[in-house]
Design a protein around this ligand. Structure first.
Ligand SMILES: [Zn+2]
Ligand SMILES: [Zn+2]
Length: 375
């Protein structure tokens, strides 16, 4: 076996270490909570049953979403984004970047692409030999192009992207619920054990109703570990909720996507509630369950930076926006996935700066309208 293959295998095995670490901590927390706390420490049967039921509910949801985040394969660009054989051979023969761009442009004109590189070129992955769909990026850890790539997460040893972003958010949410529930229910026993320990160390230990055995070490650690994990996940979870509300990936938050008119960090934003629906789906009853409900196919995304289809029914807008519309300005209503796909041709793409400016200035109003109409 070639040394590079051995190295690659070692890297693959080592990449599982963070996941195994989390799995061991979760297994220990299960044992510590169920056996050491609920069975050995809590004297009241009613309290035991209530704690065990809620604990198992949060445990199942947490493990389920974690499992789905780890084992959902990242989505890759479909075959239509690969260069046809003749074009690929020609591309490889060409040495001048300008000629290569010409080939890419010719192939890309039939594809629903709105984003470009910083220099305005078609985004192409030489490694995967594929034209990158909008929001798609190459992950060096996975060695593949990942649709709507957010980031590569070592704690799940997987790319977080279009196929598992909802699961990732739920994993963060349920791990926080799990930690909060453990910390809140353990707290009173933590305090009792803590004071018991201190009294014992002063060799003046009164009779205590709690068992003075190894359970106390589990209970003490349980509180510390749950509180520590909760604090560290809280900021990450808040950040990702903010990203979902803005319809941005972590990569896009650091570097705005470049459209044909230039970079625009809000290019994919459709308004708060529509942005949430993009990740969690249309039906609220499925939002908290780690099953696939995200909208779209991951290759093309609705963007507001396109012309408005005059055949679409109009939505009820605020008076201020109505007056703008009456003045002849474009209505920045987002387009649906299918409509967006149809706008792949150059002629449909809004190069018109007045349209884009109108969209930009009305951005905040649109969000307000969307939220108000739903409340
Ligand atoms: Zn790639
Ligand atoms: Zn990756």
């Amino acid at each position: 076996m070639a040394p590079s293959h051995v190295l690659r295998c070692c890297q693959r095995v080592l990449a599982w270490i963070p996941v195994i670490f989390i799995a061991l901590v979760v297994c220990w927390s299960y044992y510590a909570y169920v056996v050491e706390l609920c069975i050995f420490t809590i004297p009241n049967t009613g309290e035991q049953i209530v704690y065990l039921i809620i604990f198992h509910l949060s445990f199942i949801m947490f493990v389920w979403s974690y499992w789905k985040t780890i084992f959902t394969k990242p989505a890759n660009p479909s075959k239509e984004f690969c260069l046809p054989k003749a074009d690929k051979e020609q591309y490889e023969k060409e040495e001048r970047p300008e000629s290569q761009q010409e080939i890419l442009k010719r192939v890309a004109k039939d594809l629903p692409l709105y984003t470009r590189t910083g220099t305005g070129a078609i985004r192409y992955c030489d490694r995967c030999q594929v034209i990158k769909p909008d929001r798609c990026h190459h992950c060096s850890a996975c060695d593949m192009c990942v649709l709507k790539m957010d980031h590569h997460c070592p704690w799940v040893n997987n790319c977080v992207g279009f196929s598992n972003y909802k699961y990732f958010i739920l994993f963060l949410a349920y791990s926080m619920v799990y930690c909060v529930f453990i910390a809140a229910t353990v707290l009173q026993y933590f305090i009792k054990f803590w004071t018991l320990c201190r009294r014992k160390s002063a060799e003046n230990c009164p009779k205590n109703q709690l068992p003075d055995n190894h359970a106390k070490f589990h209970v003490l650690f349980l509180f510390f570990v749950a509180a520590m994990f909760f604090i560290s996940i809280l900021s990450l979870f808040s950040y990702h909720l903010w990203l979902v509300g803005k319809n941005r990936s972590t990569i896009e938050a650091f570097r705005a996507p470049v459209f044909r008119n230039g970079p625009d960090k809000n290019g994919f934003s459709l308004g708060f509630s529509k942005n949430i629906a993009q990740v969690f789906g249309d039906q609220k009853k499925f939002w908290l369950i780690p099953v696939y409900t995200s909208l779209g196919d991951g290759h093309t995304f609705p963007t507001r930076l396109v012309n408005i289809d005059p055949e679409q029914p109009t939505v009820d807008l605020q008076p201020s926006i109505k007056s703008n519309a009456a003045d002849g300005q474009a209505n920045p209503r987002p387009l649906s996935e299918s409509q967006n796909r149809l706008l792949g041709n150059d002629q449909h793409f809004a190069e018109d700066h007045s349209v884009k400016d109108a969209i930009k200035t009305e951005d905040d109003h649109t969000v307000t309208v969307t939220m108000e109409s739903e409340s």
